[in-house]
Design a protein around this ligand. Structure first.
Ligand code: SAM
Length: 232
């Protein structure tokens, strides 16, 4: 495991470590890893940013086959819950947790719209909703995808995060961070800005949130992805 994020070339974060880790998954899920699942080195750094005290309960919004939660639970004293809309990925995540004999981690088959955010202390998002705006770049065709759903999910998460207490930590990997409301500020950016720590630093100002200002945010897509705003 690398000791610091800076020790890695950010364009080569998917490594031998990932090849080894991904063997836990069936081939079909393993093949999606370099684009859709968090690399081990990123998950390790994200977990350190999110777990500030033993028992911190982290929600991975759109956990896929659970790679972030599994790596994070093996390295920290946090508790991790992954929620995922695709049942086959939830089953793969649960099977991997059992094989690794990991405690402190659970996976729920659910849509983000059904989740009680108040049950969690901190949140992790790796571009969960972007399939909705990248028509030709998707995991499979088993769930509805549309630009309208992108807006609905992102705005729901932003509303829920705005209601969490001051001090709440959110880590995003890739993307524009459309789900992060203006009452959060970016406290740390690693791996050439792909990995960001956001902390809620004030109660939301409804007039300001309504403007949805995000001029300072930058986008980096994962391997092979281009900016959705350029391709829109
Ligand atoms: C880019 S993958 C990230 C997986 C995992 N968080 C990781 O970092 O390895 C995004 C996942 O979010 C899931 N997802 C997208 N929209 C969702 C929703 N509305 N509710 C639950 N899961 C969702 C997708 O099915 C996909 O597995």
């Amino acid at each position: 495991m690398p000791e610091t994020a800076e020790a890695l070339d950010p364009d080569e974060v998917t490594s031998v470590e990932d090849e080894k880790f991904d063997r836990i998954y069936p081939a079909q899920i393993r093949e999606l890893s370099s684009v859709f699942w968090t690399p081990v080195a990123i998950a390790a750094e994200a977990a350190k940013l999110l777990v500030t005290t033993p028992g911190t309960h982290v929600l991975d919004i759109g956990c896929g086959p659970g790679k972030f939660c599994l790596v994070a639970a093996s390295l920290t004293e946090g508790r991790f819950t992954g929620i995922e809309q695709r049942g086959d990925l939830v089953a793969a995540a649960a099977a991997a947790a059992a094989e690794l004999s990991l405690s402190g981690v659970q996976f729920l088959h659910a849509n983000v719209m059904e989740i009680a955010f108040a049950d969690y202390d901190a949140f992790y998002l790796f571009n969960p909703f972007e399939e909705n705006i990248f028509g030709g770049h998707k995991i499979d065709s088993s769930v509805p995808l549309s630009p309208e759903l992108f807006k609905r999910y992102s705005s729901h998460v932003a509303t829920e995060l705005a209601a969490r207490p001051v001090g709440t930590r959110v880590v995003t990997y890739m993307g524009y961070a459309d789900e992060i409301p203006a009452c959060y500020s970016c406290e740390s950016a690693l791996f050439r800005d792909d990995l960001k720590l956001w902390v809620k630093n004030r109660e939301p100002d409804l007039a300001l949130e309504h403007l949805t200002l995000s001029a300072t945010r930058s986008y980096r897509g994962s391997i092979g992805w281009s900016s959705p705003r350029n391709s829109a």
